[in-house]
Design a protein around this ligand. Structure first.
Ligand SMILES: [Zn+2]
Length: 223
């Protein structure tokens, strides 16, 4: 096993712990994966284990058809959702799937998270898709999610949770964290009389030069 693989396993463990500690997943929920650079394989979290207490030896290496290459546990039941995304998005190196309570509240009410109120979300996450409900862990869900992933870096899965993509584990994770904050802010501002959306001109401005600067700053800090 290469040094890179060891480091990526450590990073998956760290990201999984952060997801659990921030309450973005509960029980054994959620899953995380990363592409191994220059190889046809990914590393993924195991099924049925709490994300707060993983160790690097729990992480499983699989190919993009879900075949186990290395590891003693079963990979996440959502492995197809991860592998289908890697097949359609060559620029994506990491995928985080979580059940953050506020985002999942919107997902259960089927209220889209698409109000342009929060510059950080516009710049760092982009538009958020709502993927229609499909039974978790099925190939059908994986296909639906991969279809949305062609256009979006963040998705809310109806009655289920969230999935965010990134060029790195850190970026994919931070998108989940920011998305959950956004769901909280949107709910609070709705209770306070309704959010005041930014103008489409302002949204364009944020997505333009400023967003590029934001992203560069952000990537510098994240790596
Ligand atoms: Zn799930």
């Amino acid at each position: 096993m290469s040094r890179t693989e060891d480091e990526l396993k450590e990073k998956i463990v760290e990201i999984s712990r952060r997801l659990y500690q921030r309450g973005l997943v509960a029980g054994a929920g959620g899953n995380v994966s990363v592409r191994i650079p220059g190889s046809p394989y990914i590393l993924a979290t195991p099924s049925g284990v709490c994300k707060g207490y993983l160790s690097p030896s729990d992480i499983i290496k699989v190919d993009l058809n879900g075949k186990i290459i290395e590891g003693k546990l079963r990979p996440t039941s959502e492995t197809p959702m991860h592998t289908e995304i890697y097949k359609v998005r060559k620029d994506v190196n990491a995928v985080v799937h979580a059940h953050p309570p506020f985002c999942t509240g919107f997902a259960c009410a089927r209220v889209p998270l698409n109000s342009p109120i929060f510059p950080e979300v516009i710049a760092m996450v982009g538009e958020v898709a709502m993927v229609e409900y499909v039974t978790p862990g099925t190939k059908e869900l994986a296909i639906k999610v991969a279809e949305a992933a062609k256009k979006y870096d963040a998705m809310v899965l109806a009655n289920h949770g969230t999935i965010t993509l990134g060029a790195s584990l850190e970026q994919a994770y931070q998108r989940t964290e920011v998305l959950e904050d956004y769901a909280k802010v949107l709910l609070i501002s709705t209770l306070l009389g309704g959010p005041k959306a930014l103008s489409s001109e302002e949204v364009r401005r944020i997505r333009g030069l400023d967003a590029e600067k934001y992203r560069l700053e952000y990537i510098k800090h994240a790596e």
